[in-house]
Design a binder for this molecule. Structure first.
Ligand SMILES: [Fe+2]
Length: 311
C-alpha cells in the first residue's frame, strides 16, 4: 500500500521538509542489478536495507510538491543510487511536449539527482489528454524527426541527457520503413541521448511481429546503451493467434534470460533493472530475479563499474 494511501510510516525514519537541493549527489548507476521501487515495498526499504545495487522509480509517481510519498522516497534515496524512469512525456508526439510536465520533472530531478533519467520511444497524449498506454510510432523519417526534436527539447528543459527505451508493441504501421533498432539508434545519435535496452520488450515485439530478436541485439550500438531492462510477460492469444503481452507481472521467462546473456555478451556490463508492476510479489521474489541478473553480469568476469561515458 502506498504511503499516501495510509501505510504506517515509522516517524523518525523520514525527515519532512528538508531542503534536499544539497542533500543528494548525482550517484552514477553501477553496472549491476537493481530493482524497481514500488509502494508495496516501501516498508521493506524503510525498515531495512534490501540488497539491491540501485533502485528505479516511475517519475510520474512523484510529481507532487510534498507529502508522505516524496518523504518516503527521500528516506530511501539516502541509501541507494536512483534512476528515474518516465512514462508520461510522450516523446513521439507530433503535438510537441507538455512544458508544464517537463518543469515538474525538472523539479523532481533537481531534488533527487537521479543517476539516470529515461523515457520511452512512444506517444501517449493527444489534444492535452493522456492515454493510459505507451503507443507505438510509425518508423518513418517524419516520426524520427519529431522524436529527435522532442528529445532535444526534453534534454534542454531537464538539463541532462536521457535514455530512450525501445517499446513493446502489438501492431505495426504499414508506413514503417525503418527497422525498430535503426530507428531508436538513429534517434539517439541525432539527439545525443542514450539507449535503454529492454530485452523483454525486444522478445515480446519480435515474437508478435515475427522477426528474430537476435537481429535487434546484433544491431544495437552498445556504446550508446546506458541501461538494460528485464521483466516478465504473459502468453495469451488474440483472434486465434498467440500473442505475448508485456505486463510486468511475473518472473522473467527463460527466453528473455537468454536474450539478456546475448546482449551482455555483445555490449558488455550495463546496469540491469528488474521491472515488476502488476500483482507485485514479496520483495524477496524481485531480489531473486535481480540476483539472477547479477549472476549474468558476474559471468562476464568484469568488476561492476560506473558508466560515465554514456550519453
Ligand atoms: Fe522497460
Amino acid at each position: 500500500m502506498a504511503a499516501g494511501d495510509g501505510m504506517a510510516i515509522e516517524h523518525g525514519a523520514i525527515e519532512h521538509g528538508t531542503g534536499l537541493a544539497d542533500a543528494f549527489a548525482r550517484d552514477p548507476i553501477p553496472a549491476a542489478a537493481g530493482i524497481g521501487l514500488r509502494h508495496t515495498h516501501y516498508g521493506d526499504f524503510l525498515n531495512g536495507r534490501p540488497a539491491t545495487a540501485w533502485i528505479e522509480v516511475h517519475s510520474e509517481n512523484y510529481l507532487c510538491p510534498g507529502g508522505p510519498r516524496l518523504a518516503t522516497l527521500e528516506a530511501i534515496r539516502r541509501h541507494y543510487p536512483l534512476s528515474c524512469h518516465g512514462v508520461g512525456l510522450s516523446l513521439g508526439s507530433a503535438e510537441g511536449l507538455d512544458t508544464a510536465h517537463l518543469a515538474l520533472l525538472r523539479s523532481l530531478f533537481d531534488r533527487f539527482e537521479p543517476g539516470l533519467v529515461s523515457e520511452h520511444v512512444s506517444w501517449s497524449t493527444t489534444g492535452g489528454d493522456y492515454l493510459n498506454d505507451l503507443l507505438p510510432l510509425p518508423y518513418t523519417e517524419e516520426a524520427l524527426d519529431t522524436l529527435v526534436r522532442n528529445i532535444g527539447q526534453a534534454q534542454d528543459a531537464l538539463g541532462r541527457s536521457i535514455l530512450i527505451e525501445n517499446p513493446s508493441s502489438y501492431v505495426t504501421f504499414a508506413e514503417s520503413a525503418i527497422p525498430e533498432w535503426e530507428f531508436c539508434a538513429e534517434a539517439a545519435r541525432r539527439s545525443g541521448c542514450g539507449l535503454l535496452l529492454d530485452v523483454n520488450n525486444i522478445h515480446v515485439s519480435a515474437f508478435n511481429h515475427g522477426y528474430d530478436a537476435q537481429d535487434f541485439i546484433d544491431a544495437v550500438p552498445g556504446e550508446l546503451v546506458g541501461e538494460i531492462h528485464i521483466a516478465g510477460h504473459a502468453d495469451t492469444e488474440w483472434d486465434g493467434r498467440p500473442v505475448l503481452i508485456d505486463d510486468h507481472g511475473s518472473t522473467v521467462k527463460e527466453a528473455v534470460w537468454d536474450l539478456l546473456d546475448a546482449a551482455l555478451a555483445r555490449i558488455g556490463p550495463k546496469p540491469v533493472l528488474m521491472e515488476w508492476d502488476l500483482d507485485l510479489p514479496p520483495l524477496d521474489t524481485l531480489l531473486g530475479e535481480a540476483a539472477r541478473a547479477q549472476a549474468a553480469l558476474d559471468r562476464l568476469g568484469a568488476e561492476p563499474r560506473i558508466l560515465d561515458d554514456v550519453a
